[in-house]
Write a protein that binds this ligand. Structure first.
Ligand SMILES: C[S@@+](CC[C@H](N)C(=O)[O-])C[C@H]1O[C@@H](n2cnc3c(N)ncnc32)[C@H](O)[C@@H]1O
Length: 453
């Protein structure tokens, strides 16, 4: 299954002396791994998410990243039970299923800390958004441009951003060349590059079955261009990450060497680590951190433009509606915009405004209301982020069946005289905003794309 050319390359470059070590590597590379998930502690405490998952027969194991856990199911669990991806914890964005080694890139960038500065951050190759949403957790007051040049991969990232409720992230669709023309505007950059996926053999042998050095060189040439564009885009004095899920020298060490060749003396590699399946027990992964020491452009050539002009700050009437409905302390920190009949909420301060003026954004918001004939229809996203103590709480007695009906969009009839918005709870778990219709059924504001099938 694994190409002889691949084995020969690894024998020559990494395992010259030790055939057993090579065999250990090849065996580990193809062996199944425990899956892992990350808990977004800005939403829910680690303890309560873990307690709830344990009640659903998951066995979580701690890792070297405090909010990342590998997991198993108890040995005799029913294989027909729903997977973790369909759990309420996942739907409400408390967890993100993410591979352990890949979870390191963002921590290396943030020095394992949460930063409350207002940075402008570029995630240059972002779909499906594992690391973008992780950036939003480590940099909650920053504004993040999640770029993804492959149009077909945009729906995945949009869905993940909605599920995680990320309101400080815009999605753009630029080719890499664009970032060569935005010199020194980003405070942090993550380049999780397209690569040959050698590290993910345990999922599919595709990466190594027809492995050829010629193909690796082609990818490495693209990676060199991407990293050069990122080097140009980064502000002086700040840092960026280059990571791949592959292990060969050309796509990793050699790409880093190209920085010195293209920008001599301007950058310093401050961190470099390869995760090997037979050593680290993860998939194959490479993370490096690069600091910009000197400018690489003669002058700033990225004048502010005014694009996304159909998105503009809301007027007085919209402000009054929001302030009337939601609690003041919850609104704090958001800027609100109008796009046609929608009200959008954005976090990220001056950098969100900069992004609105300078990048064509496919998503620059969370839609919190839709105005129909002068009536403000508040959305699920509004209820997820903003709380209204004006509206009543409505608790549905917890049962897996009731929740299942709700998530399948069946008409859930509720026993109350309320016919308005409610803060909906399943027992003590706040689901968000919902609306009870005249016939006593919930209108279910939960996004239809998350419907349980
Ligand atoms: C390793 S994946 C990114 C995974 C993502 N960072 C995450 O953590 O969820 C690499 C991404 O690069 C994108 N890509 C492909 N060609 C590219 C190019 N020329 N410039 C930038 N990104 C590219 C792919 O579509 C893919 O989504």
């Amino acid at each position: 299954m694994i190409s002889e050319r691949f084995i020969e390359y690894y024998r020559e470059h990494f395992f010259q002396e030790d055939e057993k070590w090579l065999q250990d590597f090849l065996t580990a590379l193809a062996s199944p791994l425990l899956k892992s998930f990350r808990i977004d502690e800005t939403k829910k405490s680690k303890e309560s998410v873990l307690d709830s998952l344990k009640k659903q027969w998951y066995l979580p194991y701690a890792t070297n990243i405090p909010n990342v856990f590998t997991f198993d199911r108890i040995p005799d669990f029913n294989p027909f039970e729903r997977r973790l991806g369909f759990s309420l914890e996942h739907l409400l964005g408390y967890i993100y299923i993410q591979e352990l080694a890949a979870a390191h890139s963002v921590h290396v960038l943030s020095d394992w800390k949460v930063h409350h500065d207002n940075f402008l951050i570029l995630d240059m190759a972002s779909s499906p958004g594992w690391k973008t949403t992780q950036l939003a957790e480590q940099y909650p007051e920053s504004f993040i441009i999640a770029n993804e040049p492959t149009r077909e991969r945009i729906p995945q990232i949009l869905q993940n951003l909605d599920r995680m409720g990320s309101s400080n992230i815009a999605v753009t669709l630029y080719p890499w060349q664009f970032f060569s023309s935005t010199p020194e505007v980003f405070d942090r950059i993550l380049l999780d590059a397209p690569c040959s996926w050698e590290g993910t053999v345990f999922k599919t042998f595709d990466a190594v079955k027809n492995w050829h050095i010629k193909n690796i060189k082609t990818i490495a040439r693209l990676q060199e261009k991407l990293i050069s564009a990122a080097c140009t885009s980064l502000k002086v004095g700040w840092e960026m990450i280059y990571s791949t899920c592959t292990l060969n020298l050309l796509e990793n060490e050699w790409v880093l060497e190209s920085i010195e060749k293209n920008f001599p003396g301007c950058f310093e590699i401050t961190f470099e680590k390869k995760y090997w399946p037979h050593i680290d027990g993860t998939w194959g992964f490479f993370v490096s951190k690069i600091k910009k020491l000197q400018s690489v452009v003669s002058k700033q050539t990225f004048p502010p433009k005014s694009i996304n002009s159909d998105i503009f700050p809301i007027g007085k009437q919209d402000i009054q509606h929001i302030e009337w409905f939601f609690d003041t302390e919850d609104i704090w920190g958001y800027d609100f915009f109008r796009y046609k009949n929608k009200i959008l909420a954005v976090r990220g301060g001056k950098n969100a405004e900069y992004a609105r003026n300078n990048f064509y954004c496919m998503r620059f918001w969370e839609e919190i209301a839709n105005i129909q004939d002068g009536v403000y229809k508040w959305t699920h996203f509004a209820g997820k982020k903003l709380y209204s103590s004006k509206i009543p709480e409505y608790k549905i007695e917890w049962s897996e069946e009731a929740l299942d009906e709700y998530l399948r969009w069946w008409n859930l009839k509720v026993d109350t005289v309320i016919r308005w918005y409610v803060n909906l709870y399943f027992e003590n778990e706040r689901i968000g905003l919902d609306f009870i219709q005249d016939d006593g059924t919930l209108s279910n504001l939960f996004p239809p794309q998350w419907r349980r099938k």
